[in-house]
Each structure stands twice: as C-alpha cells, then as structure tokens.
Design a protein around this ligand. Structure first.
Ligand code: GDP
Ligand code: MG
Length: 430
C-alpha cells in the first residue's frame, strides 16, 4: 500500500471535507443548478462526506480539458485551500482527461457524480448479486480511465470513489480486467439462477409479494418497519437499503405477504449504473403489488413521483399493480390534506411515523390482493394423488374448519383466501 493510499484512507476515516462543483447552463437556470447541487449534497452525505464548499460556474457547456474554465479552476483551487477541502465532487460525469487535469490543477482528489453513486452502491450492497453488479459497474467505469493514467489508479485506497474493486485487481492491465468482467458476468448468471429457484419455491407457497418503491427519503423503510413490526434502522441517508430486504408480514389470519423494502430511486441515474440498480430491483418487477410511497410534505413531490414512474417503466415494472401512498401527512395542515385528497382520490394518506392511516393501507393491500377468505365446503377423492396434494395444500394455506372422510370421499369445510380458490379446488369440482 502506497503512502498516498494511507493518506486518503486516513482522510476518509475522519469524513472528507468536500467541495461540490457544478455548472449553470443558462443564465436564467441558476435555481435548477442549485437544486441539483442540493441533491448531490444528499449523495455526498450518504457517502460519508461533509460539504464545506459549493462552487457554480455559468457556462453553456463544460470545458473539454478542465471542466471549469481555466480562471475558475484557479479560484476553485484557492477556495479549496482556504476551507481545507480534501475532496472535490463534480455534479456531472467527467471524461478521463477532465478528471486528470482537474486533479492536477486543484491538487485534490476529484470524483464525479457517477463515481460517488458507485461508492454508495458499494457501501450498501448486501446481496451477492448486488455486490457483483456494483463491482462490474465499477470496473466498466474505470476501464477507459486506466489508459496511461496513474491518477485513476492512485485514487484507489480507502476514501470516497476508491471503494470497491481494490488495488490488487486494478494494478493489473486492461486484459485482466476484461477477464474479471467476464468472470463476474458468469457469477451473476449463477446467482440469478439460484434466485429464480428460490422464487419458484416462493410461488409454490402462494404467498403474494409486495414491494415498497419510491423516491429517496419518502419513508419506505419507516413504513416497512411499521408493517413488519420491527424496528430496524430508518435513516435520513440516501440508499440505506440498496438490496431488497424481505420480511414475511401477517396482515390478518391467513393473510400473509412477503414485503420487500428497496433502494430509493433517484433522478438522472448515470446510464452505466442501470444494470447494477436494476439488479437490486428484481423484487419490484416480480412483485404482485407495489406500494409507491411519496413524501407529500416535500414541495418537489410531483417531480419525484414522475421520476419514480420513469424508473418503473425503465425496469419494465409499469404493468405491476400499484397503490399510491401519500406519506408524512402529519406535516400537512388539514386544508392541505383536503386539497390533496380532491386531486388524488385513489391515494392512501398516511403517516408511517405516527401510524395514522396504516390500518387503511393494510385493508387496501388485503383487498387489492384478494386475500379475503371465503368459506367453502370441498369434496375430494381420497384415492386421487392430485386431490391428496390439494388437501395438503389446503392445510398449509387455508383454515380448515372441519374434515370428514367416508367411503373414499373427503369433505372439508375451509376458509380459503379468494385468490387461491381456483388453485385449491378439487379436480371433481371443475
Ligand atoms: P426511505 O429513504 O424512503 O427509506 O425513507 P426513510 O424511511 O428512511 O425516512 C426518511 C426520513 O423521513 C426519516 O427521517 C424518517 O423518520 C422520516 N419519515 C418517514 N415517515 C414519516 C412520516 O410519516 N412523517 C414524518 N414527519 N417523517 C417521516
Ligand atoms: Mg430506505
């Protein structure tokens, strides 16, 4: 390990002091640029950095060599020195040349938005597939940046933008990286196959799956914990949950779902990260029902809702039935609530924090998934193998009230979830 890596590792341990750098593309669009920097700040926090400096330059497009104009780069360097910045984060994707030049001119390690998000993914990935997908995206991102660049390599160590593939894999040449990429691709395929098998078993269990989706900070994890009745951490940080977390949740007698929490969606997900992100969202595409959680107290909530819908379309999940959940109503005045209810009559209003409205949500889930039970009496042929299997399934998935057997016939009175009626009915009844 080099001296430089040690230094960066030490800086990371005491959370880096970061400068955020962005462009104002048109004179009138300053507010947009500031909004974008605010989001970048949230990402920086999630990656463990403190933001001590914000730096915006008005220019229609980035300077091809140094991103900012040369005069501005000098100003940035001086400002960084004055405020003890030890990390520069740029709100765009940088070309390898821009990255190298900026590092040279500012005397600071520089990461771009993509690298920052990759770093967060790497911190949060818990499942094997999530980790592999993140490593794959990191390698693909680094590959073009390895051409004669000691800069890209020397940034590897312990700090932001340095987590992940690790120096042993990257001090090697592109050919070996390519080999690693194909190995990872094979491992991902293996993991996927195993997941598919798991999924089959789940389907055989007849338990419907419900996934929470929504913008970062909407309150998904808080709602997840409330429904799952367990107090695992909910935090303000973005991406606290990258890989889906799944719990079996009992809504009422014989009314169970598999509930999964998912990563927060963000706007402008860098293109190269879509696969890594998608891998973490497999539960969403496969779900029987989505709970789309929106923070209605956020003035940007319409934009967030649209961003989430766009992502759902990108991952082919727009056809999955969804309930719209307007969360954090405790922060609204009753006038604001009334107004919103008029515009979104189908939405469920609740506060995941206080619990207000959560019972209504439970009922809506039960109704939407047809988990309600119906009492029926079913006749089976004891000698028929598939009837015997149906009886076993009845005992597993429904509530048997009485069981009478006579002359090879079995008569069972049972409360069956409506959605399973067709699948549990004896052959002779159809
Ligand atoms: P996630 O990113 O969607 O998982 O959001 P979290 O569940 O981590 O919540 C983000 C922040 O919003 C946390 O600080 C929560 O305490 C807060 N929060 C969640 N639900 C509510 C709510 O109903 N009311 C209020 N006031 N805050 C909430
Ligand atoms: Mg969360």
């Amino acid at each position: 390990m080099s001296v430089r890596e040690d230094r960066l590792g030490a800086a990371a341990a005491e959370s880096p002091r970061a400068a955020l750098v962005g462009l104002v593309r048109e004179p009138g669009r300053r507010a947009d640029a500031e909004q974008s920097l605010a989001e970048l700040e949230g990402l920086a926090h999630a990656a463990g950095a403190d933001v001590v400096l914000r730096f915006l330059q008005e220019r229609p497009r980035p300077d091809p060599a140094t991103f900012l104009g040369s005069g501005k780069v000098e100003l940035l360097r001086d400002a960084c020195d004055e405020t003890d910045v030890n990390l520069v984060i740029v709100d765009n994707e940088l070309t390898p040349a821009q990255l190298r030049n900026l590092e040279r001119e500012t005397h600071q390690p520089v990461v771009d938005r993509t690298q920052l998000i990759l770093d967060i993914f790497a911190r949060r990935a818990r499942t094997r597939e999530g980790q592999l997908q993140v490593e794959l995206a990191q390698l693909k991102y680094l590959m073009p940046r390895l051409v004669g660049a000691s800069a890209a390599l020397s940034r590897l160590g312990g700090g932001i933008g340095t987590r992940g593939p690790g120096e042993t894999k990257l001090e090697t040449d592109r050919r070996r990286i390519r080999h690693r990429i194909s190995t990872i691709a094979k491992q991902i395929a293996d993991v996927k196959r195993r997941r598919a098998q798991l999924r089959e078993r789940r389907q055989e269990g007849f338990t419907p799956s419900v996934a929470l989706v929504g913008y970062t900070n909407a309150g998904k994890t808080t709602l997840f914990n409330r429904l799952a009745g367990e107090a695992s951490e909910a935090s303000n940080a973005l991406f606290v949950t990258l890989d889906p977390l799944i719990r079996a949740v009992r809504l009422a007698e014989r009314q169970e779902i598999l509930l999964s929490d998912t990563v927060g969606f963000i706007d402008r997900l860098p293109h190269g990260l879509v696969a890594a992100f998608r891998a973490t969202l497999e539960e969403v595409t496969e779900a029987d029902l989505l709970l789309h959680v929106v923070d209605v107290s956020n003035p940007e909530h319409d934009r967030h809702t649209e961003a989430v819908q766009r992502v759902l379309a990108e991952i082919d999940a727009q056809e999955v039935p969804a309930l719209l959940i307007l969360n954090k109503v405790d922060r609204l005045t009753s006038d604001e609530q009334l107004r919103l209810r008029a515009t979104a009559p189908a939405a469920i209003f609740l506060s995941a924090q206080s619990g207000e409205g959560v019972d209504t949500l439970r009922e809506a889930i039960v109704h939407r998934l047809s988990l309600e039970t119906q009492r029926v009496t079913l006749e089976f042929d004891e000698g028929d193998e598939s009837d015997r299997q149906r009886i076993a399934r009845l005992y597993r998935h429904a509530r048997v009230r009485s069981h009478q057997a006579a002359e090879g016939r079995v008569s069972i009175e049972v409360d069956v979830p409506r959605r399973l009626l067709g699948r549990l009915t004896p052959a002779t009844a159809r």
